[in-house]
Design a protein around this ligand. Structure first.
Ligand SMILES: [Zn+2]
Length: 414
């Protein structure tokens, strides 16, 4: 098979100032039934242009892939020749993005410095909210800049603490390392909102400190708002294509599995480990505070998974039982709200091997015993991103899970 979409992939580079449109892009769902079918789909993950929203991972597990118009006929012919059944989940990605954009405009209402969960806030609005919180509640919340993005945006964090003493356990939370996963930052913002502004939750920062980074990849995030909605990586220019997958860029068994050395790949691990200033910022924060950090949570989307290390190997971590049992508690708390359930397990065993992730690094290199990568719910039949109307239910149910994490950390360490 031959797919000549290389030029398309890099179009975003040539037309960096023009918004990218997804006219005619389709999203397919395929369930591999045999090893041969799974192998065919796995081979496609190396083809530029094929954007996997759910990677091939096991027989009978649904694969979701976005395909540009110029290779759809060849792709469908291949599938039919192999007798592989497929369904079209989205017939025209551009129309779903236009709908999302319309809803965004309609519900954009937050006053400067406030938070909203009816639309996806821009980076400047997020920073403005964190600044306002730090100014309004100086005895509880403090703004920290942990580093800067390639384009010079501050990577901001909010430290929340109502206690005293230096030996308090800390929970570190980040969101938005993958730019297009828009539902992740609101989860972090809701956490800030509830921990600081809702006095009924004051007990949650009495014995435990929180550091929350709502937008770890702000260049990529802004680019998804202004140019290419489904951009995933950072915005570092490389010779052929822009960006590195920051969640393949951490220096813990870097590049050993599930990462690409091809610049234009969505899972490009970078020219070297920690090539990106965004991953360096998190690395430095982790090491400077590794004695205190008892739990690390990194929010992604989508798929309803509570994943924990390892991502580089199928071997289980020494504290697998504890990680699994805590995942069950969190899942129970989330499910009690509206029935949403998550699958729990190691990244490699539940999904697929992917080395260089931040959770592997936090646990393996920075010594944070409890680390989770949380894949939030997706958008159902609109695919990757939940509509803005889904932000509220998702942040509220996830909050219950985060409280379960807190209770465990408090009981164990405080
Ligand atoms: Zn992600």
């Amino acid at each position: 098979m031959k797919f000549l979409v290389f030029g398309l992939v890099c179009l975003g580079l040539a037309l960096a100032e023009e918004p990218f449109h997804y006219d005619g892009y389709k999203v397919y769902q395929i369930v591999p039934r045999t090893e041969e079918e799974a192998y065919y789909l796995k081979a496609l993950t190396e083809e530029p242009g094929f954007d996997f929203w759910a990677y091939p991972r096991a027989l009978n597990a649904t694969v979701t892939v976005m395909v540009p118009p110029d290779v759809q006929v060849g792709f469908e012919n291949d599938l039919e020749a192999k007798n592989m059944h497929f369904e079209v989940l989205i017939n025209d990605v551009e129309s779903t993005i236009r709908d999302e954009d319309t809803r965004q405009r309609m519900s954009r209402s937050a006053a400067r410095g406030s938070v909203s969960f009816t639309y996806y806030m821009r980076y400047n609005e997020i920073v403005s909210y964190l600044t306002t919180i730090a100014d309004t509640y100086p005895s509880i919340a403090r703004l920290i800049v942990i580093g800067h993005s390639y384009e010079g945006r501050a990577i901001v964090a909010l430290r929340i603490s109502r206690g005293t003493g230096s030996n308090r356990p800390e929970i570190l939370v980040d969101a938005g390392i993958h730019a297009r996963e828009w539902i992740a930052p609101p989860v972090a913002l809701y956490l800030i909102n509830q921990l600081v502004e809702n006095t009924a939750n004051a007990y949650l920062s009495q014995d435990v400190d929180w550091v929350i980074i709502p937008s770890l990849n702000p260049d990529g995030y802004e680019y998804t708002h202004t140019n290419t909605r489904l951009w995933r990586k950072t915005r570092t220019p490389n010779t052929l294509c822009y960006g590195v997958d920051p969640n393949r860029n951490f220096d813990y068994y870097w590049m050993v599995a599930g990462a690409s050395s091809s610049q234009c790949s969505e899972i490009y691990a970078g020219p070297r480990a920690f090539s990106e200033s965004e991953t360096q910022a998190l690395r430095d924060y982790l090491h400077a505070n590794s004695q205190r950090i008892k739990l690390y949570l990194t929010f992604h989307s989508y798929g309803n998974y509570l994943l924990y290390p390892w991502g580089y190997t199928s071997a289980l971590p020494a504290n697998n039982e504890e990680l699994y049992a805590l995942g069950v508690r969190v899942n129970d708390a989330i499910r009690a709200v509206a029935g949403t359930t998550y699958s729990i397990g190691t990244s490699t065993n539940l999904l697929y091997a992917a080395a260089g992730g931040s959770d592997d690094y936090a646990k393996g290199a920075a010594g944070v015993e409890l680390a989770y990568c949380i894949e939030l719910p997706g958008g159902g039949n609109v695919g990757f991103n939940p509509p803005a109307t889904s932000i509220w239910p998702i942040v509220q149910e996830t909050w219950e899970g985060i409280k379960a994490y807190h209770d465990y950390i408090r009981d164990k360490y405080a």
